[in-house]
Design a protein around this ligand. Structure first.
Ligand code: AMP
Ligand code: GLY
Length: 419
């Protein structure tokens, strides 16, 4: 079949890399893709916020199946739009995408179906904020309701900061929503848990540990993710059983009861304390950069799993994982996640890559045969060797070899697992 992946980040490059290995694939496209995907499939220069443009390309290229990488088109209803036109598409509907698109929807679901999560309050006015904040202990977590490209959450160390932040959101700091919630701060260790589901059945599709902070030793500003490894070492059989029983199954059943069954990839951001999981957030897609390590470790045919999810036959499937752990290190433009310069030439990118040693492209562009940086997170060195320590060493070597004046990356990705 002809398949297209929508998106242009490291996640989408990794999805293309994996789908390219499928026996079921005839031709692969990426919309709009990046210089990395251009090497393994055909990029189509399409504005992915324009669903009609996407539809025209699908017809022109005789595409049989669409796989959506990022959350924005999902929250804006791309799955409903294409399904109405009888195009096969993998991902949750607009209603189901509220799990990520609205934190209030997600918290209400947790309350209704008794899914363990942080205590929260929805705040409708500054007066209410002052009253509620007065009853809480610091740190206080303030969250904008809608999508905010990773910038919608602030962990406030003082009550004044929390009130100030709430006020800014109520006044329209984020275009997606001026609704706001506050949450108690959860202690513990974060882990990412992924499933693929057809709305009733599900399969675990990997665990990973992300590194959100820009600086080594997990200090500094939050980012989209500076590196990840899989599997997560803190999830054992006993904890996984709790995650499934207390969080995943009530969510799948709850979404069905609410009349918006969830189909696609579901990414649970969890906080683990004393071997008990609490849900921090849901994402309706693969994580980036977690996808990069999951795609390298997954031994099954991803396309086959995706088709089973669409057809509702996931129950008959099994997922298999490489025993080897995998790591990815994100190389960013110096200055990210604040201001940074673009269009810096990157030299010395390897031409031929092995299956288990890849540099996935994220924010790059090609001009006159040269690869230039074109975003905050630029490249992902992804390596799967027999242990994490040698994988990290190899990934660092790949990045050290690049000639690019603005490169920045953490050398300590995986520190919890590599002693
Ligand atoms: P979110 O966008 O909800 O994933 O939040 C981004 C990051 O903020 C998470 O990955 C956590 O590191 C942190 N965070 C969010 N909510 C909480 C909470 N209630 N307690 C502690 N940390 C949180
Ligand atoms: N790496 C975090 C995310 O994709 O949301």
């Amino acid at each position: 079949m002809n398949v297209c992946v929508i998106g242009s980040g490291g996640r989408e490059h990794a999805l293309c890399y994996k789908i390219k290995q499928s026996k079921k694939l005839k031709k692969l496209f990426c919309l709009p893709g990046n210089p990395g995907t251009a090497k393994i499939c055909e990029n189509l220069a399409v504005d992915i916020s324009d669903f009609n443009q996407i539809y025209i390309s699908i017809l022109e290229k005789k595409i049989d199946l669409v796989i959506v990488g990022p959350e924005v088109p999902l929250v804006n209803g791309i799955v409903d739009f294409l399904s109405e036109k009888k195009i096969k598409v993998f991902g949750p509907s607009k209603q189901a995408s509220r799990l990520e698109g609205s934190k209030i929807f997600m918290k209400n679901l947790c309350k209704k179906f008794e899914i363990p999560s942080a205590k929260y309050f929805e705040i409708k006015s500054l007066e209410e904020a002052i009253k509620v904040i007065d009853t809480m202990n610091v740190p206080i977590v303030v969250k904008s309701d809608g999508l905010a490209a990773g910038k919608g959450v602030t962990i406030c160390q003082t009550k004044e900061e929390a009130i100030n932040d709430i006020n800014n959101i109520l006044k329209g700091k984020f275009s997606s929503s001026n609704k706001v919630i506050v949450e108690e701060f959860l202690e513990g260790e974060e882990v990412s848990y992924f499933i693929i589901t057809d709305g009733k059945n599900f399969k675990q599709i990997g665990t990973a540990q992300d590194h959100k902070k820009i600086g080594e030793n997990d200090i500094g500003l939050n980012t989209g993710g500076m590196g990840a490894y899989s599997p997560s070492l803190i999830i054992d059989k006993n904890l996984e059983e709790k995650i499934i029983r207390k969080i995943i199954i009530p969510t799948i059943n709850g979404m069905e009861k609410l009349g918006c069954p969830y189909k696609g990839i579901l990414y649970a951001g969890l906080m683990i304390l004393n071997n008990e999981p609490k849900l921090i957030e849901y994402n309706i897609r693969f994580g980036d950069p977690e996808c990069q390590v999951l795609m390298m470790r997954l031994e099954d045919d991803l396309l086959d799993l995706i088709i089973s999810s669409i057809e509702g036959s996931l129950d008959s499937k099994k997922t298999k994982w490489s025993k080897d752990p995998c790591i990815t290190i994100v190389a960013a433009s110096k200055g990210y996640p604040e201001s940074f310069e673009k269009f810096k030439e990157i030299k010395n990118l390897p031409n031929n890559q092995e299956k288990n040693i890849q540099i996935f492209h994220a924010g790059t562009t090609e001009k006159n045969g040269k690869i230039l940086s074109n975003g905050g997170r630029v490249l992902n060195a992804t390596v799967m060797l027999s242990d994490l320590k040698s994988s990290r060493k190899k990934a660092l070597e790949l990045l050290d070899d690049l000639e690019w004046e603005d490169k920045y990356y953490r050398r300590d990705i995986g520190w919890r697992a590599i002693k």
